[in-house]
Design a protein around this ligand. Structure first.
Ligand code: NAP
Ligand code: 8YV
Length: 318
């Protein structure tokens, strides 16, 4: 019997082509299109390819579901514990995006500290010719950079930072064995010692508003905050206030609380650099992530073995 696979969202054509060779595909453009589908069309679906979206009520509509193959390393939009409790395996796409996400983070740090976007606007507005040289900016050399979440991507960022003559430190719930960077058990203590703070943790309840008013105040008026984690990790209303009050120096943000909506207050600030959740968005990395989505589905249905299960489901893969 050919297994039925639900595909929600616009995947690369190669994903649809590869999956279509092996499975019967049931496709929905987005969550609204899925919601409008009749339950009878969902009755025999065993696999699910998704862009990080599989809440419990969606899982409940798929009575024969065995595998959720999620695009992206972060899966805060997938009810992984709930899936595991129903013996449904969840997979994600770790590691293949480490380089590009780390590169985007470095780009955001430099662009924010050196005010590259503002400088570009200064030149284009004719102000170089009209008013003379643009204002001076801050160097990263000699500064202390704190990474909140020294996981796969955090460590790639730390490695790339090593050429900038800055000191890298980190905070997470557990000290990481085998790394030389100074560990801080307390995030506020680390923020007080840092010039730049980078958030690169998962989203979800455990990290909700981890970067709060206290942390922003600790980072201070000369401090730069970079968020490449999830919008939920930072208290956005407090971030806006801290930047407006001058209690925080600058911010480089790839992720936001209500994507794709970005507060007008952030857009109005020259000391803020904004990118639309693109840290992994290169053709090469998105292809590698797409391939992994396919490999997890084909691996499971061919051999009963997935490539990259999330930790909550690792016990189902032994
Ligand atoms: P990972 O290897 O699982 O690393 C996560 C790190 O966060 C670990 O060091 C973990 O250490 C730490 N952490 C988890 N919960 C924490 C908490 N409550 N307080 C402090 N630290 C905590 O994950 P990864 O592959 O590096 O990916 C990290 C995240 O980056 C993803 O989940 C996603 O949200 C984000 N991301 C964003 C983009 C983008 O496009 N902007 C792209 C890729 C990934 P402990 O467990 O010891 O605390
Ligand atoms: C994804 C990301 O591309 O991997 C992640 O966690 O945030 C991005 O790389 C994004 O989630 C699209 O689904």
């Amino acid at each position: 019997m050919v297994a039925e696979v639900l595909v929600v969202g616009k995947f690369f054509p190669s994903v649809v082509e590869d999956l279509g060779k092996q499975f019967t595909l049931i496709q929905a453009a987005n969550a609204d299109a899925f919601a409008a589908m009749d339950d009878t069309a969902l009755a025999n679906i065993e696999g699910f390819a998704t862009f990080g979206w599989a809440p419990a009520d969606v899982i409940d509509r798929l009575p024969k579901l065995k595998l959720i193959s999620s695009f992206g390393v972060g899966y805060d939009g997938v009810a992984a514990d709930y899936a595991a409790s129903k013996n449904i395996i969840v997979t994600h796409t770790p590691n293949v995006l480490n380089d590009d996400v780390a590169n985007t983070t470095i780009a955001l740090i430099l662009t924010t500290m050196r005010r590259i976007v503002e400088q570009d606007r200064y030149l284009r507005a004719g102000r170089w010719a009209g008013e003379g040289n643009a204002p001076l900016t801050r160097s990263i050399a000699g500064k202390t950079v704190g990474i909140v979440g020294l996981g796969r991507i955090g460590e790639a960022i730390a490695h790339k930072l090593s050429v900038f003559n800055c000191t890298t430190v980190y905070h997470s719930r557990n000290e990481k064995p085998g790394v030389d960077y100074r560990y801080y058990g307390g995030l506020k203590e680390m923020a007080q010692d840092c010039d730049v703070l980078i958030a690169i943790t998962p989203g979800g309840p455990a990290t909700n508003k981890l970067i709060n008013r206290d942390i922003m105040n600790a980072l201070g008026p000369e401090g730069t905050f970079i968020n490449v984690a999830r919008g939920s990790v930072c208290d956005e209303a407090e971030l806006i206030k801290a930047l407006q009050d001058g209690r925080l120096g600058a911010a480089g943000l790839d992720v936001f609380e209500q994507e794709p909506n970005v507060p007008a207050e952030l857009m109005a600030m020259d000391n803020v650099v904004l990118t639309p959740h693109v840290a992994s968005a290169t053709w090469e990395t998105r292809q590698a992530m797409s391939d992994l989505v396919v490999e997890n589905l084909t691996g499971y249905f061919d051999k009963g073995a997935v490539v990259t299960p999330v930790p909550e489901c690792a016990h189902l893969c032994d």
